[in-house]
Design a protein around this ligand. Structure first.
Ligand code: PGA
Length: 239
């Protein structure tokens, strides 16, 4: 819940003008819903794609305040973040709700970015793999095998989000490898294609090391994306 019409304009203009001409990676900006059309107008014709931060689990109709996947598509979104830990923690989003949202997003032709991750207590009690496996499995259970490669998975340890604490590259790699292995149980080929990105205090100082790990295919950047200089440095590290 960051941004304003004027801040969005200056941030995106700075990022666009700092982008290398040959991008070499996919870059997208997931904006708060009221600003999607503004951002679409600014990003249109650039190499940066647009995404949303949440979506309704319903298709349309009497769900006042909700925003459907088709509405997001209509506003120019190509991606939607689903099941961010803040949605799970503050808005009671269960694995079942997350899975329903994924289905709606796929039906609308958008790419879901499904967030999974453990709390500090779960990590310290050795439950990390069990937690992320259950969060992932709820989604794998409902998505047809031929659409599995449309998913992006974001591993976001809850204790690392917005805290300045980052998982070490090896800690993140271990979970990414585990998640890829879980997908391989369903489809080996897809598991090699699916992008598994890391989120949680990724910043210019640690992006290179994290992105160099074998199973870390990208980043979901929160705080560091609010400063164009930092976001551009992370993009450079991802190329
Ligand atoms: P952070 O946020 O980069 O500020 O930790 C990540 C996120 O919100 O997913």
């Amino acid at each position: 819940m960051n941004g304003s019409i004027s801040k969005n304009r200056s941030l995106l203009t700075e990022v666009i003008s700092g982008l290398p001409s040959n991008l070499g990676c996919d870059v997208l900006v997931c904006a708060p819903a009221p600003y999607l059309l503004q951002c679409e107008g600014i990003l249109n014709g650039t190499a940066i794609q647009l995404g949303a931060q949440d979506v309704s689990m319903h298709s349309n109709g009497a769900y006042t305040g909700e925003i459907s996947a088709t509405m997001l598509s209509d506003c120019g979104c190509a991606y939607v973040i689903i099941g961010h830990s803040e949605r799970r923690a503050y808005h009671s989003e269960t694995d079942v709700i997350v899975a329903q949202k994924v289905l709606k997003v796929l039906e609308a032709g958008l790419t879901p970015i499904v967030c999974v991750g453990e709390t500090l207590e779960q990590r310290e009690t050795g439950q990390t793999n069990m937690i992320v496996a259950a969060q992932l499995q709820a989604v794998l259970d409902v998505v047809d095998i031929d659409r599995l490669d449309k998913l992006v998975i974001a591993y976001e340890p809850v204790w690392a989000i917005g805290t300045g604490k980052t998982a070490t590259p090896q800690m993140a790699q271990d979970v990414h490898e585990f998640l890829r292995g879980q997908i391989a149980l369903n489809d080996e080929m897809v598991s090699r294609k699916v992008r598994i990105i890391y989120g949680g205090s990724m910043k210019p100082e640690n992006a290179g090391e994290l992105l160099a790990m074998k199973d870390i295919d990208g980043g979901l950047i929160g705080g560091a994306a609010l400063m164009s200089v930092d976001f551009l440095k992370i993009i450079a590290a991802a190329r």
